[in-house]
Design a binder for this molecule. Structure first.
Ligand SMILES: NC(=O)c1ccc[n+]([C@@H]2O[C@H](COP(=O)([O-])OP(=O)(O)OC[C@H]3O[C@@H](n4cnc5c(N)ncnc54)[C@H](OP(=O)(O)O)[C@@H]3O)[C@@H](O)[C@H]2O)c1
Length: 275
């Protein structure tokens, strides 16, 4: 019988590529997104594919989470894998960010991910199996300027996932962390929430210089299909391995992070971002 994956944030980028990849491998896919109505009208709509159902799910809305999980189980019988993918980055000098921006960043990337996880766990425990895949980032283990809020959320996802793996071991539920490097998606454009420096002119020259370099790194990123394959591998390899750097640059950078002393790694970050 075909297995089922539920993925959050499938309207674009990594989530969409992951939905397509699992579908091609013969899986049932509950492709969840904030606006399934928009999806239905696309010529390349996921909804047109066999074994795919598009379901409304906003990770900041508890009711929509519960309804989406119930709808996926009603349609496919079970959920074998949850991919917590939905997320975005707030970008800019920390001092220039508003309390609302900080709250929304954590509501989506951390509390949203936790809410979907809490909602799926009774189903996984009942079945004494399940795979929980959390899309973190290299930004959960290394940090770049102007991404302080985003890094704070992804470091939170790393710590949360690492602790949770121990709690879920006896229920035969595997926890996986996916760590992509720069990936060419809407992440750097449509989805990016840029803090305004209005009122903080002191940061402007620094922001202009560093931002242009960060944006350039984003445009040279790997395609989202690379991450989709890594998510599939993590979901199916039957190992208890926790971390999966997703693309060649992520592997290199995380290796350097591991072997280099802090002061050398910091120097590399400053040089590559032109701090
Ligand atoms: N691209 C990179 O370089 C990169 C690197 C490392 C990690 N990541 C992580 O990869 C994940 C996917 O990002 P991406 O690169 O694929 O960017 P993307 O193309 O912008 O996709 C982000 C997805 O998250 C959804 N989303 C945002 N807020 C949501 C909410 N409250 N509820 C449900 N869905 C929500 C968006 O939906 P809407 O269409 O409704 O906005 C969109 O489908 C994120 O967690 C990101 O942090 C990305």
């Amino acid at each position: 019988m075909a297995k089922t994956v539920l993925i959050t944030g499938t309207s674009s980028g990594i989530g969409r590529a992951t939905a397509l990849y699992f579908q091609k491998q013969g899986w049932n896919v509950a492709a969840t997104m904030r606006s399934p109505d928009r999806e239905i009208n696309r010529t390349d709509s996921l909804a047109k594919l066999d074994r795919v159902v598009c379901i409304a799910l906003d990770v900041t809305n508890q009711t929509s989470i519960a309804e989406a999980i119930a709808a996926a189980i009603a349609r496919f019988g079970t959920i074998d894998v949850l991919v917590n993918n939905a997320g975005y980055a707030t970008l800019g000098a920390f001092e220039a960010s508003t309390p609302e921006q900080i709250q929304r960043q954590f509501d989506t990337n951390v509390f949203g991910l936790m809410a979907v996880t809490r909602a799926i766990l009774p189903h996984f425990r009942d079945r004494q199996q399940g795979v929980l895949v959390n899309v973190a980032s290299i930004g959960g283990r290394v940090a770049f300027p102007l991404y302080s809020l985003y890094h704070a959320t992804k470091w939170a996802v790393e710590g949360f996932s690492e602790a949770l793996q121990h709690e879920l071991l006896s229920f035969n539920i595997r926890v996986k962390i996916i760590e992509p490097g720069p990936i060419k998606t809407d992440f750097y454009e449509r989805s990016s929430d840029r803090a305004s420096n209005a009122g903080f002119p002191e940061y402007q020259p620094f922001s202009d210089r560093v931002l242009s370099n960060l944006d350039r790194i984003g445009t040279t990123g790997a395609p989202p299909e690379v991450v989709a394959k890594t998510i599939y591998l993590a979901s199916t390899d039957k190992s208890w391995k926790l971390r999966y750097p997703a693309d060649p640059l992520a592997k290199q950078l995380l290796f350097l992070r591991k072997i280099l002393p802090d002061f050398i790694f910091t120097k590399i970050v400053r040089q590559s971002t032109k701090v």
